[in-house]
Write a protein that binds this ligand. Structure first.
Ligand code: MN
Length: 206
């Protein structure tokens, strides 16, 4: 099977002024497309692989044939991480529900969570992602380098920010901190709640 670049379910300019239209266009149409294409090229070498979804590859990286493992890690990761990222972006969504309660319980307050998440995103050296995940039943803030995914470590992602320079350089140049601050205005908390509730159903949360 071939993986396809999913269409963005909103307009490129709908996250303005926090994430600009030009960045969204290049990020989705060029960068995400490139990960998708390279993932397909890598998989052509092993047509025997029966894959239901790309997440499955990342969950079981060790079972991926060695000659394409790095390509899958990088491009499968790039494919899956960006699919996930687009879905948790939306303007004007207030945090509420179970995820709000759990964040307050785990981090003390939303502000504390924001501070810790921001520090993780700013402090990550080089390219990668900062995440809110469920790990062994508990909320955790973590980072991954490059296009690594927390699902390769058995964690369940709830929320993420892409801190590759391609995600913010056009508008924010070297000011990653400004981009991370802006990101807090475009978190789709309804989707994050959804991800959290699903993680509970999977038994990820105790
Ligand atoms: Mn990206």
């Amino acid at each position: 099977m071939k993986f396809e670049l999913p269409k963005l379910e909103y307009a490129y300019d709908s996250l303005e002024p926090f994430i600009d239209e030009a960045t969204m266009k290049i990020h989705h149409d060029k960068h995400h497309q490139a990960y998708t294409d390279k993932l397909n090229v890598a998989l052509e070498k092993h047509p025997e692989l029966k894959i239901r979804d790309a997440e499955e590859l990342l969950k079981n990286l060790k079972q991926v044939p060695e000659d394409i493992r790095t390509a899958i890690r990088n491009n499968g990761g790039g494919y899956v991480n960006h699919n996930f990222f687009w879905e948790i972006l939306k303007k004007d969504v207030k945090i509420k529900g179970k995820i709000k309660q759990e964040i307050e319980k785990r981090f003390g307050s939303f502000e504390k969570f924001k501070e810790e998440f921001t520090n993780a995103a700013i402090g990550l050296f080089g390219s990668g992602w900062a995440w809110l995940v469920v790990n062994n039943g508990k909320l955790e803030i973590t980072t991954t380098p490059n296009q690594d995914s927390p699902i390769s470590e058995g964690k369940i992602p709830l929320l993420t920010i892409d801190v590759w320079e391609h995600a913010y350089y056009l508008k924010y140049q070297n000011r990653r901190a400004d981009y991370v601050a802006a990101f807090f205005n475009v978190i789709n908390w309804e989707k994050v709640e959804d991800n959290f509730v699903k993680s509970i159903m999977k038994g990820g949360n105790k």
